[in-house]
Design a protein around this ligand. Structure first.
Ligand code: FES
Ligand code: FES
Length: 163
């Protein structure tokens, strides 16, 4: 069996894994990272989205062996210093969730979106998150949350930015 070494949420893991094991199953079943849910297992819903070296991936469409040597962040790796991450806080403040099943994936995909575009329009948020499905919210509050977080992450102190 191949041996992988992967950084997940700030800790290093070395494990023997079968080549067919998906990253989502490695995270949940081997590492106990059950904060990342499985929605469809067919790479359609985005619920399983995590960051791999900063880029969002649907972890049901990646083999665990492909994560060898990478740095993975799951929803459980945010706000680990005891403070809620601005994106998590914005989802809370804007009521951007109902059942919450899509939320971990939405948040991780949103962080990747802001990495590429720190100040997205409503339309750009909708386009950027089109791979993540929500059956509850109608998306409007998710868009508001992402834009609110974007503002706070650009200007965390809430100070006027001088041109
Ligand atoms: Fe991975 Fe749905 S569980 S995309
Ligand atoms: Fe229920 Fe999005 S809040 S699927």
């Amino acid at each position: 069996m191949p041996r992988i070494r992967v950084e997940v949420d700030g800790s290093t893991y070395e494990d023997d894994v079968e080549p067919r094991v998906l990253l989502i199953h490695y995270l949940r079943e081997r590492l106990g990272k059950v904060g990342t849910p499985v929605g469809c297992d067919t790479s359609n819903c985005g619920a399983c989205t995590v960051l791999m070296d900063g880029m969002s991936v649907k972890s049901c469409s990646v083999l665990a062996v492909q994560a060898d040597g990478t740095d993975v962040t799951t929803i459980e790796g945010l706000g680990m210093d005891g403070r809620t991450h601005p994106m998590q806080q914005a989802f809370h403040e804007e009521h951007a969730l109902q059942c919450g099943y899509c939320t971990p994936g939405m948040i991780m995909a949103s962080l990747d979106l802001l990495r590429e575009n720190p100040d997205p329009s409503d339309e750009e948020v909708r386009e950027g998150l089109e791979g993540n499905l929500c059956r509850c919210t109608g998306y409007q509050n998710i868009v508001k949350a992402v834009r609110r977080a974007a503002g706070e992450m650009r200007d965390p102190a809430g100070q006027e930015v001088t041109p």
